[in-house]
Design a protein around this ligand. Sequence first.
Ligand SMILES: O=C(O)CCC(=O)C(=O)O
Ligand SMILES: [Fe+2]
Length: 353
Amino acid sequence: MDAKSKSLESSLTVPSVQELSLQNPQKVPQRYIRDDADHDFCTFPSSDPSLTIPLIDKAKLVNTDTQQDELHKLHLACKHWGVFQMLNHGVSSVNNMGNEVKRFFELPLQEKTRWAQKAGSLEGYGQAFVTSQEQKLDWNDMIFLKSLPIQNRKLDLWPQNPPEFRETLEKYSEDIRDEAISIVSFITLALGLEDTKMSESFHEGLYDIRMNCYPPCPEPERVLGIIPHADNSAITLLVDFGDFPGLQFLKDEKWVSVEPIDGAIVVNIGHIIEVMTNGIYKAPEHRAVVNKEKERLSIVTFCYPSPSIDIGPVKKLTDEGNQQAYKNMTNAEYFNRFFNRKLDESFIDSLRL
Ligand SMILES: O=C(O)CCC(=O)C(=O)O
Ligand SMILES: [Fe+2]
């Protein structure tokens, strides 16, 4: 991997994995093979109750009779896992969005590349964080779009085929923003903070959407759909359209699969909430694995607070004798650090004091 510091705000063009998969090769090209020494493909059965991603019920969070118990569960989920599946959420456009993304990835390659990434930007149809020809590649194709605020949209990269795609994405972005605001306000309550500025800042927040397609792979145990990473968001809301476990989170050095639940959203903590909570909640490492026969789609929204707020530990959490563990940064500094980070060094470590 190229360790030189360079801007990661753009990515080299790489072949479409869907096309590769359609050619039905017996073997995967060397560029996708991960034989890293530290690479452990071992997964653990999620039938073990202590190794199941926690479930949080939104209906219980909004009901005053059950709220306290559910907030406590939420606190434990965020503290010990950094991820949970939210049941009974309010995002009504999930299935419509899923159908549009499915239709988009079913289009011929030539049609999809009408919305291909352009030099110097991560947005559009393509791949992220590929900075050298030697770098190993993930077994996935994606389209990445900034969806909110509206003035950040680059509509020339928003697919017009399938015809309902844009309109559905507009509705989905708004639904997801409302859900994110509500989740952050419950997270602040779970932390024992009065729900003030933290969740308010998500009204004017940034919402970037990455739609992933993980095609079937002839040698699934030798590749990764997405390499282990933690998200740079505040929170990430992921909808899984696969019918097999593809997403995995690292918990006590073991990879734990997320069982897809129809009607649930996977919510994980990102680096911004880790910094704001002074490390009480941590951004978990996660990755995606792929399947020999089946394709999997996911829609991932990275939610960020308003760019006008600084990023640093919430004062109340460092007042009570807890030492401040992370730097205070402006929003611009945070992103500048992220896009100029070294790919072989821990980003979150660089934010520690
Ligand atoms: O699609 C998935 O299961 C994981 C995607 C992910 O972690 C990401 O896009 O950051
Ligand atoms: Fe992620």
